[in-house]
Structure formats: C-alpha cells, structure tokens
Design a protein around this ligand. Structure first.
Ligand code: ADP
Length: 490
C-alpha cells in the first residue's frame, strides 16, 4: 500500500486540518492501493495564504527571472531522473499503460524546459504616447493561481499548468483529481528538492466539491487554470465570479476526424486508430467522430474494425499493453452505457462492444467501432471518454463541414486530403482550436492548444500560454517640468 499523510503547503509537509485521508483505487485490479491526505477548505486557506506570502517575498521581488527559469530547469531534471518511478506510480493510480505514462512524464519535463527558457524573456513595451512623457507597459504575474487538474493525464498537466505559471512568476495551489492524487504528492517532493522558495507551489489533494470548490471561490486566488468537464468549468466560473478571477479552461471535445477519399488511406488508418483509442479513449482530443468520404467508406470501416480488434488491452505495467483500463468504475460504466446507446440508436457495431473476457477484474472495455452513426445521435454528439469510435459516411466537403461543426465542442479536428486548396479551406472553416492536416492532434509545448465553444476558454502551451498568467500594467511618467494648465483656475 502506498501511504501519504501530508499535504505540501508553504514549503512544509503538513497534516490536513481535518486529519482525514482518502483511498485511491488501482483500476486494473479494482482494489485500493494508496491512501492520501484529504485536504478541505481549511487546507486551501492555508495553501492560498502560503502562496500569497510567497508572492510578497523573494519569488516576486528579489529572485531574477533567469533564476526562476533555472529552478524550473532543475525541477525538469529531477522529473527526468525519477521518470520511471513516477510513470509506474501513475500507471497504478490512473491505469494508463506505462509506456504512455513514461512518455507523459518525460514530456512534462520538456514543457518545464520550454517555459523555463521563456521566464526571462517576458517584456513590456515602450509606447510613443507623447514626446514629453514616458509610457511603458510592465508584464506582471497575475498572482496566485489555482490549478485544478483532471484524472486522465495528470502528469502531462503538471508541465502544462506549472510551466507558464512559474515562468510568469505566479505562485500556485495545485489540486489534483481525487481519482489520481499520488504523483502530485511525489511532484511536491521534487519541488522541495529543486529549492523553490516556500509557498511558490503548494499541493493539496482532496475532493473537487470540497477542496476544488474552495479554491475556485477563494478571494485570495487571482486565477483558475482548470482542465476537466465543461459542466465543472461552469460551476468554477460561477464560483470565480466573486472576485472576477481570470479563468483558463480546457474542457471536453468530440473531435471530427475527416478522411477524404483522395487521402493516403493507409497512413490515415494508422493515425485514426491511435487518435480514437489512445489512452483508452480518456482524452479530450480523441478523434471520436470519424467521417469518411463515401468511395473509401466501406473499406475504411473494415480496416478500422480489424485494427481495433488488434489493439492489446492489458495490464498497465505490462510494457506490451497498448491500452489499459478506465481510471474508474464510473467511467467504465459510462462507456458501456454509451455502447448500449449506440446499439439502441441503430448504429452498426463492427468491433468490440463489451468487456474483454480475459480481464474480468479491472475497469476494462474493448476498443469498439460503430459504423453508420447518425451525426445527430447521442453517440456522435456526447463525449463518451472511452474507446468508442463513431464512423459516419459523407459525400461532399460542404456536407462534412456542416456535420463537423454541428457539435457543442470545438477542441481539435483532423483532415486527410491530398488537395492543398481543400486542406486550407477546411482549416479555415472548421470551428476548433487546433486543426491538423494529414496528421492528427500534434500536441507540443510550442503549439497553442485550447477550445472554441464549450471546449474551453484561453490557450495553453506555446508562448501564448504565458500571457494568460500575466497582467499588463501601463505606466506613464510626465517628463515636462512646466506648470500644467489649471482647468479650475477660472
Ligand atoms: P470528472 O467529472 O470527469 O471527474 P471533473 O471535471 O469533475 O471531471 O474533474 C476535474 C477536476 O475538477 C478534478 O480535480 C475535480 O476534483 C475538480 N472538481 C470537481 N468539481 C469541482 C467543483 N465544483 N469546483 C472545483 N473543482 C471541482
């Protein structure tokens, strides 16, 4: 059993005020495997106070931006050193296969490295307002950031959330999801080892409706950076209204992945399979609606069914497994219920459709492909967050565009074609924050990422992400020493 009893607040490991702890389940075995401290509103208060103290101290006022970047690089190095161990812990906690968690934790270090390099390149502007005045802008940290993380990719998001916030000079209270709290506490140890000043990063494990809600409503928090469901984002936005917190939200998706008949279909099939089933479908960028132009459609359905059946569903720590279980029983049940909904809606089931017979204990579901799905059906409109692909035929570009955009989401989209003009037309007309052509979902520290519509607000990644952790202050200094005209003189 992995046991933790303390939260990381103000540079120290402290017991939660309530003394309570909660359990985390290994989803491949349906068994409790870890116990962690249960932070509540009192602990959030303490963490926010510690973050405010950090902002009032050296972090903001004496540590140079270059040193800030150096601390981030140190943290990135420690994460790389411990990557194997962290990956195995996350695979136990989350269920994601270890080759994915290893990749995620290494990339988290890459994210920190990229943003570390930006820490001392944040510059204001001099503005030619008047010849006899000096006007300039300062870019100042937004303040205390509440980072609320989901359970699907915790380790990637350590880099996504901490990178730009630390580069901008903010202090952070990080709350991981209750389903996957373990590696966040391990991250706290590395933050301590890296030598960040006390309170710059605070880690509070706890439940969303308690610790998360307290963070979202806290008047001492200036910004919330959240990844999770849009319905949770809506609650956070309402809670954040009290002091007009800045909010960055990255929510769900129902991405259109569009294959024109003139595309390289062999390549497209490889990428579409990964795009639809990676991480057991528990990702917001999943290419879950696969539109295929009619001349290529039937053969593509057969290929996708065949490829789905070849995916090795297995134990997370087995390095030959392609995908693991769902992270929770609740998520497994949700996916199975959508498989029933698909069948009930009359879609044609061509692969999977149930639980794998050889893995009876954990929250596993077979990679599942439905063909002839109606784009207006629930299976095509609602985010399943599981390994369930909806295939939809189309004839023309206009028709597929209308269907692609007919969704409340707008996170990512993929297009496969050999017609360059069509590629650009599609890129400009699809309503999504990221459109890829002849590849899918290129997520990278340099590329801004975020959603249109209900998929979110603001952008993460890329230099644009840092802007979301800064306030612009305008400063004007009068240079003219003459007496000003007095409008109230007569
Ligand atoms: P899911 O429903 O798939 O678990 P959520 O969007 O609820 O995803 O969870 C994402 C994160 O938001 C988690 O860290 C969770 O604890 C947190 N959370 C859930 N509800 C709230 C809330 N009302 N206020 C703040 N955070 C919350």
């Amino acid at each position: 059993m992995q046991e933790y009893d303390r939260l990381f607040i103000g540079g120290e490991w402290v017991l939660p005020r309530s003394g309570k702890r909660f359990e985390s389940v290994d989803p491949s075995l349906d068994k409790v495997w870890a116990i962690v401290p249960e932070g509540d509103a009192d602990d959030i208060d303490a963490a926010v106070a510690a973050a405010r103290d950090a902002l009032a101290g050296p972090w903001r006022h004496t540590i140079t931006p270059t040193r800030r970047g150096a601390l981030m690089l140190k943290l990135a190095g420690l994460i790389r050193r411990d990557a194997e161990r962290l990956a195995e812990l996350e695979s136990r906690d989350n269920g994601k296969v270890v080759r994915d968690t290893l990749n995620e934790i290494q990339r988290s270090a890459d994210w920190l490295t990229y943003f570390a390099g930006a820490a001392d390149k944040i510059e204001g502007k001099q503005i030619p307002y008047r010849p006899d005045a000096l006007a300039y802008t300062r870019r100042e940290p937004v303040g205390v950031v509440g980072a609320i993380l989901p359970w699907n990719s915790p380790m990637s998001l350590y880099g996504w959330k901490l990178g730009p916030a630390l580069a901008a000079g903010c202090a952070i209270v990080l709350k991981p999801a209750e389903q996957t709290p373990v590696t966040a506490l391990e991250l706290g140890k590395l933050i301590e080892e890296a030598g960040f000043p006390a309170g710059v990063v605070n880690i509070v494990t706890g439940f969303g409706t308690v610790a998360g809600a307290a963070l979202a409503a806290h008047p001492g928090v200036d910004k919330i950076s959240f990844t999770g469901e849009h319905s949770t984002a809506q609650k956070i936005m309402a809670a954040a209204a009290g002091n007009l917190k800045r909010c960055t939200f990255e929510c769900g998706g129902k991405a259109p992945h569009i294959i024109f008949a003139d595309a390289d279909l062999e390549k497209a099939a490889i990428v579409a399979t990964h795009g639809a089933f990676r991480s057991t479908g528990q990702t917001c960028s999943l290419g879950s609606r696969l539109f295929v132009q009619r001349p290529a459609y039937e053969a593509f359905v057969a290929t996708m069914a065949e490829r789905a059946r070849r995916i090795r569903v297995g134990m997370p720590l087995d390095r030959t497994s392609h995908i693991g279980p769902h992270t929770s029983r609740e998520q497994q049940e949700k996916t199975l219920s959508y498989i029933d909904i698909g069948k009930g809606e009359g879609a044609r089931l061509v692969a999977g459709g149930g639980r794998p017979a050889d893995l009876p204990n954990g929250y596993f579901v077979e990679p599942t492909v439905f063909a002839d799905v109606d784009n207006r059906s629930r299976l095509a409109q609602e985010e399943v967050f599981g390994p369930v692909l909806a295939m939809i035929p189309f004839d023309t570009e206009d028709e597929v565009l209308a269907m692609a955009n007919d969704t409340k989401y707008g996170l990512v989209a993929g297009v496969w074609t050999s017609d360059i003009a069509r590629a650009h037309r599609m890129a400009s007309r699809i309503e999504a924050g990221l459109v890829s052509v002849n590849t899918y979902r290129p997520i990278h520290w340099m590329l801004p990422y975020g959603g249109f519509k209900l998929s979110g607000i603001g952008r993460e990644n890329g230099l644009e992400a840092i802007d979301q952790f800064l306030e612009t202050k305008t400063v004007v200094i009068e240079l003219n020493e003459e007496m000003p005209a007095d409008p109230f003189a007569s």
